[in-house]
Design a protein around this ligand. Structure first.
Ligand code: PEP
Ligand code: MN
Length: 338
């Protein structure tokens, strides 16, 4: 950490900064220039709040040298982390496409969806039993019964299941039902109590990007999970809020290489909640895989126009099948398989 003092500061103010650093167990290196004095903090700077130093008299600016995230950082673990989800590997050379409906509706709907997802060649399935809806009057999900329908449908094809946890009070139920991957949705990316609790489990967690979250905030949210001991974290880019209204969210393709550089953890993309329209999903999916994503989380419904939630953005079974064919070619072109 580098502390830049205002011009014309006296020894008293410089000593004040040095004393504060010492309180936090850090040494200082004071460099007195003609114009400015600059103080270098030596030691573990994660122990000290930047704001605390910024508030001291005579301090003009504080610049962090170290990243505030540790466990999730690439510098902590050089190789890509591969997460084993019931035998399916995510983060390795093989790209994983996780497909399924936005929400779990009925047993026949889930049975049919599972059949199509497996037939298309996907190895994992998605489906929300607890739905975060903008309106309290919209369908809220089928709840615990939905978890059971989902498990029954996916089991037949040996597919691990991905489903969203919204409320910390439901965590034990998720564990009792042996949910394979816990999804933390966009609206909960900074629900720190929820993050801490899933951090105490060893379940793989898909952490979606907050609607307007910076990459640094997103990495810090993952650090909350990791700090509790759970390092099985998967980042999921799903588009960010922007000025544009033509589509639902703006898919931040740039975030893929940035995350792959900053973290060793797998990165996947949700093209469905980005575009918000089924016709955009194939192009966005191909862009994501070409940019280095380790997988996709994509919405598919046996009959999209009957979907109880997000009908507009769901692929039909045939569209998913065709998408898989083109994604396989892209994966091969960049030396991966699907
Ligand atoms: C979802 O995946 O069903 C969902 C609600 O996504 P998001 O949290 O990205 O809006
Ligand atoms: Mn949805």
């Amino acid at each position: 950490m580098i502390i830049i003092m205002s011009s014309g500061v006296g020894d008293e103010q410089i000593d004040g900064v040095v004393r504060k650093l010492k309180e936090f167990g850090l040494d200082s290196n004071v460099s007195r220039g003609v114009e400015r004095t600059v103080i270098g903090a030596i030691g573990d700077e994660t122990k000290i709040d930047k704001e605390l130093l910024q508030a001291l008299p005579g301090v003009e600016d504080v610049i962090r040298v170290m990243k505030p995230y540790k466990i999730v950082a690439r510098s902590y673990h050089k190789e890509d982390t591969v997460i084993d989800i019931g035998g399916v590997k995510l983060g390795g050379n093989q790209v994983q496409i996780i497909a399924g409906p936005c929400s779990v509706e009925t047993q026949p709907q889930m049975d049919e969806a599972a059949k199509y997802v497996a037939e298309a060649g996907c190895r994992m399935m998605r489906g929300g039993a607890f739905k975060p809806r903008t309106s309290p009057y919209s369908f809220q999900g089928t709840g615990v019964e939905g978890l059971e329908m989902f498990r029954t449908a996916a089991e037949k094809y040996h597919m691990p299941i991905v489903t969203e946890l919204m409320d910390v009070r439901m965590l034990d139920t998720f564990l009792d039902h042996d949910v394979d991957v816990i999804q933390i949705g966009t609206r909960n990316m900074q629900n720190f109590d929820l993050l801490k609790e899933v951090g105490r489990t060893h379940k793989p967690v898909i952490l979606k990007r907050g609607m307007s979250a910076t990459i640094s905030e997103w990495l810090m949210a993952a650090e909350y999970i990791a700090a509790g001991g759970n390092h099985n974290i998967i980042f999921c880019e799903r588009g960010v809020r922007s000025f544009e209204t033509y589509y639902r969210n703006m898919l931040d393709v740039t975030a893929i290489p940035v995350l792959k550089k900053e973290t060793h953890l797998p990165v996947i993309v949700d093209p469905s909640h980005a575009g918000g329209k089924a016709w955009m999903v194939p192009q966005l999916s191909r862009a994501a895989i070409a940019a280095g994503a380790d997988g996709l989380l994509v919405e598919m419904h046996p009959t999209p126009c009957d979907a109880w939630c997000d009908a507009d953005q769901a692929l039909g079974p045939q569209e998913l099948k065709e998408l898989m064919v083109s994604l396989r070619l892209i994966a091969q072109a960049i030396g991966r398989d699907l």
